[in-house]
Design a protein around this ligand. Sequence first.
Ligand code: B16
Ligand code: MG
Length: 213
Amino acid sequence: MKYEAIIFDLDGVVVSTDNCHYEAWKQLADEEGIYFDRTINERLRGVSRMESLEIVLEKAEKSYTEDEKFQMAERKNGYYKELIKKLDKTAILEGAEEFITDAKSKGIKVAIGSSSKNTIAILTQIGLLETFDKIADGNDIKNSKPAPDVFLKAAEKLGIEPTKCVVVEDADAGVEAALAANMDVIAVGYASANPKCTYSAKGLFDIKVDDIM
Ligand code: B16
Ligand code: MG
């Protein structure tokens, strides 16, 4: 086997939470009188909560203290947590479960490598918490994507060499992170046009485990 493990990004690869993030940031931005739209929301893909806030604040007309910023990020997360309570299996992206099942049947380990600190809650909502061998998320790391940390942490938890892992990512920041971790990367969705990726697919419905082994 070329790879002993596949590390999946969560949002945009396994599950669609884009709209929940959008609605939560939009509510915060509206309350603060800051312009925010779906194009700006696209820039938050794979980016940590505090870094996302900095992008949202690029359109703010006043500056905020660090304490105010922390409170705003907490508020956004409160709105987001309410929204993800409504998620169920239907939020799983097309082809994701089939791809994961196929990998596991071939003896390949599967892990999550997500920037999100809400990973456990999301996996629980969509019924996939027990599916993965290991989970590395925003709670395990200091530096978020494009730093390699979350993928290196996933490999460490699995006990598998980074070069034996392949990452699935939908964000350019995540593609950079995987490459920085010395891992190959399957870019899907918004990242599929990234020329640095090892493999490109529209989504996990568009690629088979056999295509990369
Ligand atoms: P949270 P991923 C990322 O997840 C999202 O794509 C990104 O939009 C979000 O800001 C980030 O998680 C942090 O999420 O606020 O829940 O900690 O794509 O790395 O699975
Ligand atoms: Mg993502």
